[in-house]
Ligand binder design. Structure first.
Ligand code: FPP
Length: 240
């Protein structure tokens, strides 16, 4: 549970710099399941359980924003059974955890194109975001039906529709799904793949990256700590 554990010196040894905004590409659920001769959906279930633990751990460590890549625009092309399985996990997550997130004073943002969802799921997502919008302890952003290029294009089209023909960086950022959210400082990708895969393309301009072979369901507190220790060693210059 959030804040139930005290931040002890030994446990958090080496965590001298904590990112304000951590983003995670939660990759490797499928391989985790295949290794165990389980259906891919079992990997997503294990991945979603690990996601719940990670939210608590990030809040405990004093990270203020966590963004997770849960489902990309391209993921809609996976086989229907797998897509249905992920959507089912997402719906039960909303039902079970929104009241818990509320108790923990956690704000929720969904980054992505909600038009792809059926009406019931879309309404449930919108209602959850609304219910939690005034919470202040921590912001959880779930990238769902998200694609970085898609996000940039929808921002351009929105600004054109408003009649703009020239915009500042600030105005452009306000038209992105992440409006009002600071850029990610640190982006972790699990499972050994070393690419961005259309994630936060605009926002990651100065992010530090960390790649690990560990599959997402196995990326536990100690793996997170290892990643954060590495973040603490990076010299960030922002192009200066
Ligand atoms: C990547 O692993 C993972 C996904 C495409 C889905 C992630 C979804 C969840 C963790 C559940 C979402 C639920 C909530 C509530 C956020 P992969 O399937 O690409 O794995 P592979 O690369 O090993 O095949």
């Amino acid at each position: 549970m959030i804040f139930s554990k005290k931040r002890t010196k030994t446990e958090d040894n080496g965590l001298n710099v904590i990112p304000n905004h951590l983003a995670i590409i939660m990759d490797g659920n499928g391989r985790w399941a295949t290794k165990r001769h389980l259906p891919r959906t079992a990997g997503h279930k294990a991945g979603s359980e690990n996601f719940v633990k990670t939210v608590d751990e990030c809040a405990r460590l004093g990270i203020k924003y966590l963004t997770v890549y849960a489902f990309s625009t391209e993921n809609w092309n996976r086989n229907q059974t797998e897509v249905d399985g992920i959507m089912e996990i997402m719906r039960s997550y909303i039902v079970k955890y929104v009241p818990i997130l509320d108790k923990k004073n956690i704000r929720l943002r969904i980054l992505g194109d909600l038009n792809y969802f059926d009406e019931e799921s879309r309404n449930a997502l919108i209602a959850s975001v609304k219910k939690l919008e005034n919470n202040t302890a921590f912001t959880l952003c779930i990238a769902l039906s998200y694609g970085g290029r898609h996000e940039i294009l929808q921002a351009v089209n929105r600004l054109l529709a408003e009649g703009k023909n020239e915009v500042t960086e600030k105005e452009f950022e306000e038209a992105l799904y992440t409006a009002g959210i600071p850029d990610p400082d640190f982006i972790i990708r699990t499972s050994g793949e070393e690419r961005i895969s259309n994630f936060l393309l605009w926002q990651s301009a100065y992010a530090e990256y960390y790649f690990t072979k560990v599959l997402w369901p196995d990326f536990d507190e100690s793996e997170l700590r290892k990643a954060l220790v590495e973040f603490g060693k990076r010299k960030r210059r922002f192009g200066k």
